[in-house]
Design a protein around this ligand. Structure first.
Ligand SMILES: [Zn+2]
Length: 346
């Protein structure tokens, strides 16, 4: 790390994920100077924020700068964050009814810096606005697809949290009222059930079962069958099907994969048309697994969107995100830089 770092304030952008936490150190203007990845803390290791504090102590100790050079901390969390910054609840990590600015004051009293918090889909949207595919725009709808489907909404350069911190739960709008299998949320027919990885895998497996006559390379993932197609001896686990396997198969012309990818694309395109009618963004950004699908899926999403949306909104560009795994950290840094320097001087 360069010695002149201490000339400027260092801000810290943190992206807390279900298993990994990414910590970025930034100079003013979102210039990342260091990045650290640690396992997300658990109850057993003293908590999520304690794990971050431990790492920060270590980083500061080894750096040419001290606690006085740290300007603030921005934090993206995988859950609902209410308007004032209280983390209401996170699905997969141990954070509930926590107010991180107070917590940091307690566990890192020497820092005395402002701390700002947002949901990590919102942080990703801020990151893309700051340094990525949404640069220069102030009204952005970002959809992330992975094990679930989430959205980050930016209006007039500010994130929209909603009163309870639950804005952007686009994964749980109902797209199929006839669905018989419940979603993780308890309802039936949510977008997430068809577009997120587990939903696509489930759809492929169902079709493979219903159509034994259709040959498909995806049958190697069937329970009890090895990659070579032979029966797997008891006790051995067959490989787990992933979204990328489905995209690959569809790309190579597999009938079942093609059907499932098209179905997911149509449902997503339709959902984007709904969402665009509500938020009227300047640009729609798609990130997560979808960026691995290549043009095949995004072209179909765009075509469905164009067909379904209110005619005056057809011109909204739909693009892939640009920052990949760093978006949340960069956005968390923006959140705190905005507070320190003001949004027009970051
Ligand atoms: Zn749901």
């Amino acid at each position: 790390m360069q010695a002149d770092l201490s000339a400027d304030l260092i801000t810290i952008g943190i992206d807390i994920g279900g298993s990994k936490t990414k910590i970025g150190l930034f100079k003013r203007g979102g210039q990342m100077v260091a990045k650290h990845v640690i396992p997300t803390g658990t109850k057993e290791t003293g908590g999520v924020l304690q794990a971050i504090a431990d790492k920060l102590h270590e980083v500061i100790e080894r750096s040419p700068f001290g606690p006085a050079d740290i300007g603030g901390i921005g934090l993206g969390v995988p859950g609902a964050v209410a308007k004032g910054g209280v983390v209401v609840e996170c699905a997969n990590i141990d954070m509930k009814e926590v107010y991180p600015p107070e917590e940091f004051k307690r566990i890192m009293p020497e820092l005395e810096v402002p701390v700002r918090v947002c949901n990590n889909a919102n942080a990703a949207a801020l990151g893309e606005m700051f340094k990525g595919a949404g640069k220069g725009r102030e009204d952005i709808l970002l959809i992330r697809i992975g094990s679930g489907v989430g959205a980050g909404i930016i209006a007039n350069g500010k994130i929209v949290t909603g009163f309870h911190g639950l804005s952007g739960e686009i994964g749980h709008i109902c797209v199929n009222p006839d669905e018989k299998t419940p979603c993780g949320c308890g309802r039936y027919g949510c977008l997430e059930q068809y577009v997120a990885e587990p939903g696509m895998v489930r759809a492929v497996q169902r079709l493979l079962r219903e159509h034994p006559e259709i040959p498909s390379p995806l049958r190697v993932f069937r329970e009890g069958i090895s990659e070579s197609g032979a029966e797997v001896p008891a006790g051995l686990i067959p490989p787990r099907m992933k979204a990328k396997d489905i995209f690959n198969a569809a790309y190579n012309g597999d009938e079942i994969a093609d059907f499932v990818v098209n179905q997911a694309s149509d449902m997503l395109g339709n959902a984007l048309a709904f969402a665009a009618s509500v938020t009227a963004p300047e640009v729609i950004l798609l990130g997560g697994d979808l960026s691995r699908a290549g043009s095949m899926m995004i072209d179909r999403v765009k075509a469905t969107y164009q067909r379904m949306v209110y005619p005056q909104l057809t011109g909204i560009p739909i693009r892939l995100t640009a920052l990949a795994g760093d978006a949340g950290m960069v956005g968390a840094d923006y959140l705190i830089e905005e507070q320190i320097y003001g949004s027009d001087r970051v």
